[in-house]
Design a protein around this ligand. Sequence first.
Ligand code: NZQ
Ligand code: ZN
Length: 389
Amino acid sequence: MENFDFYAPTKMLFGRGKAAGLMKEMKPFGTKVLMVYGGGSIKKNGIYEAVKALLSENGFEVRELSGVTPNPRIEKVREGVQAARESGAQMVLAVGGGSCADCGKVIAAGTLYDGDPWEIVKQPERIKAALPVFVILTMSATGSEMNPTAVITNPETREKQGVHSSFLYPRASSLDPTYLYTLPAIQTASGVADIMSHVFEEYFKRTEDAYVQDKFCEGLLKTCIKWGPVALTEPEDYSARANLMWAATMALNGLCACGKAGKWSCHAMAHQLGAYYDVTHGTALAILTPAWMRYILSEDTAGKFVDYAVNVWGFPRDQDTFTLASMGIDATEQFFIDCGLPTHLSELGIGDRDLEAMAEAAVPYAHLDTMAYVPLQVQDVVNIYRSCL
Ligand code: NZQ
Ligand code: ZN
């Protein structure tokens, strides 16, 4: 196992009615809040009214920034920075999914940065401070509620860029599983695919003796496989929502990554699909993951795929290595299909026009040619994209 620091400073308030507890966490930071939310789901499902009532009861003055889109754009961050400055916001409260949390985080840093916020997305070492960030989560997938990451898209440069800074950790987040009840099935399914991908990106790494992390990973994957279909057939099943919500947080709060070396593969490829075609993040991952797994399966990697097939899917070990490895990959693909996710880019209307350009951007983005689990050159990435068509 490699050396590591594990730092996870966000206070997590989990369970029914926990948004109320977040108010107590916010109070020490002042009274002026920039409330960041998306395209209107919280107005339809009543979360907006509930949160506004809590803020009012607790004496907060609120400036709102609505209209954060999935794959949040830098333009919305700029608008948020202006709103925060005009209103003298002392903190940012994001109410929504990963997109709102990510947008809120960069607004929080951008407000205290003297320059254009895209500069801090590209060069996070320039972040020296941020307003305190709080999150009321309404979609479980990204882990943004407990991590120091944000992902912002710049349509002008066709970039979708991750930014990491310890200043971006939310101070506290509330996770009420009942807030997930109104998620459309495709968002629930995309969320499950995203959680699983975060785990795969850590599970399939070169460090071989991070046994405890691998067991965390297998447990999280089994959680998705057990509860994902339940949440899809019974959207108001509390146990399903609760287990998926906590699995999403645990999949990307640094826990699974401890002591493991290397870079992520599928996310680098998926981010290009987001930048070029505005594809839903988890959907892109559901399409890419089985293709990537098949592409990298070899004598060298088969052992790990066998562990995956046996420990996660429960296939008996009494078969030859490649058969077993392929059974695990096929089961993954079938699971995504059963969740109602697309398996081909053509289903999203995407053809082969931009494959080279996307591959050329994906490789340096995550040093795929040197630091991926199986190093990938530009042509390899093109081949993977092409096999997804
Ligand atoms: O905008 P509204 O109207 O709120 O609708 C949203 C949005 O359309 C809807 N939604 C959310 N909660 C709902 C709901 N609809 C009904 N009921 C609810 N309770 O769901 C749609 C998707 O929301 P979004 O926030 O975009 O989803 P997600 O949480 O998957 O976030 C995706 C973004 O996070 C980035 C992705 O790349 C993408 O931009 N990621 C962030 C990461 C991080 N910060 O660590 C890591 C991830 O790998 C990922 O890259
Ligand atoms: Zn992801």
